[in-house]
Design a protein around this ligand. Structure first.
Ligand code: PMP
Length: 423
């Protein structure tokens, strides 16, 4: 252990941390370096990162191919405004993403965070109807357990009861909240709801296969097929928020592939740049895009973040996509999934455990309750791993490149801490 550098104490008096009760939370861990699947702390400890920095660092940290691409782009042009100007990294990335998503997801609008990408998807869907002369479609159908971001538009499409923005209930725009159609009865109920209320809706918004920040709640691909059927039957746009699920996390490059259905609009971010720079994309079908083509300038999509299409971030995204092309990421995701399934299974028998579930390279241990979150987090850190439980769950979403020994260490740490019982 080395002495704490002065920037920790000096700066901590001025920083405001995310999702953190600043009065009671344990201080954050100061990080001085990352490499591969390790986080190195200022005091010299090295932690195995179990969540790849909120699911961004899919190739591990400091991948040389991504670092080289950012460096090369920095020499040429870090950024230019995207209003009236354009550049090869953004146009080529748009083409590349459209190619990966396949026909039906054709037009790419870049932003710099997931929340804003969802805001843009919502704006696209609402304006799609306005441009066609239909007013009054201001609501979305969203689902219990949903999470789509922290901005005001996206807070309103999070689960209003159990979601992390429940405090704001009643202050946000109103939307229709339903149970996911996981069986025939809920499908019939949703169909009936839409038969009555579809004319007030702009679209249906869902996180496909896994509702992430809502509690890592998983559903079958059939649910997405049902939503596509309902969207078509009731003439609604279908939006998949793949900010968490995109880029291999659920075992396929995109979650929608497992259902064999496509949304009209998709949102991507998180792993898009391999965990290096902020970038997000909202990708729409040509049908949605066409509704904005008009001789009326007022029909244009009125959105344009200052750092839209940032060239450094686009270069990083290209390099990340190169790695998905060149290296066996989906095989690695499958191997990690198998290890998580097998390795976390013993937790099932423990009294403190409500459920153990896995999908793709996601492993979840749901506990009956977490009373002392600080101590639980500390126990995991003491085991040499960085895992960030929330709600009632301890979850793992490691880099898809994690080597077997680090993965083993991670799984052992979760088993040990969960087996010890509530702190
Ligand atoms: N949608 C989903 C499904 C997410 O998981 C997140 C982030 N956890 C967001 C949107 C918001 O993304 P950001 O934090 O980049 O604004």
């Amino acid at each position: 252990m080395t002495r704490s550098p002065s920037w920790i104490e000096d700066g901590s008096r001025h920083i405001w941390l995310p999702y953190t009760q600043m009065k009671t939370a344990a201080p954050p861990l100061p990080v001085v370096r990352t490499s591969g699947t390790r986080i190195e702390l200022a005091d010299g400890r090295s932690l195995v990162d179990g969540i790849a920095s909120w699911w961004t660092a899919c190739h591990g940290y400091n991948h040389p191919h991504i670092a080289d691409a950012i460096r090369a782009q920095l020499e040429v042009m870090p950024h230019v405004m995207f209003g009236g100007l354009t550049h090869e990294p953004a146009l080529h990335l748009a083409q590349r993403l459209a190619g990966l998503l396949g026909p039906g997801l054709d037009r790419v609008f870049f932003t710099e965070s997931g929340s804003v990408a969802v805001e843009v998807a919502m704006k696209m869907a609402m304006q799609y109807w306005l441009n066609r002369g239909e007013r009054g479609r201001s609501r979305f159908l969203v689902f219990k357990g949903s999470y789509h971001g922290d901005t005001f538009g996206t807070m309103a499409v999070c689960d209003p009861e159990d979601g992390m923005h429940a405090l704001f209930k009643g202050l946000l725009a109103a939307h229709d909240v339903a149970a996911l159609p996981v069986d025939d009865a809920s499908m019939v109920a949703l169909d009936a709801h839409l038969a009555q209320h579809a004319d007030k809706l702009a679209g249906i918004l869902v996180e496909p296969l896994v509702q992430g920040a809502g509690g890592m709640l998983m559903h079958s691909p059939v649910v997405l097929q049902r939503l596509r059927t309902l969207a078509d039957r009731h003439g609604l746009l279908l939006i998949f928020d793949e900010i968490f699920t995109g880029f291999g996390r659920t075992g396929s490059l995109f979650a929608f592939e497992q259902a064999g259905v496509k949304p009209d609009i998709i949102t991507l971010s998180k792993a898009l740049t391999g965990g290096t720079l902020p970038l997000a994309a909202t990708v729409a079908s040509e049908r949605v895009f066409d509704a904005f083509l008009s001789d009326n300038p007022g029909h244009a999509l009125m959105h344009g973040p200052t750092f839209m299409g940032n060239a450094l971030a686009c270069a990083a995204a290209h390099a990340s996509l190169d790695l998905f092309e060149r290296e066996p990421r989906l095989d690695q995701a499958a191997a990690i999934g198998a290890a998580l399934r097998e390795g976390l299974a013993p937790c099932k028998d423990l009294a403190w455990v409500k459920d153990v579930r896995t999908l793709g390279a996601i492993g979840v241990v749901e506990l009956t309750r977490i009373d002392d979150m600080n101590r639980l987090k500390q126990r995991l850190i003491d085991q040499g791993v960085w895992v960030r439980p929330f709600g009632r769950i301890v979850y793992l979403t490691p880099a898809l490149t994690m080597a077997p020994d680090d993965l083993e260490r991670l799984i052992l740490a979760v088993n040990t801490v969960v087996a010890a019982g509530p702190p």
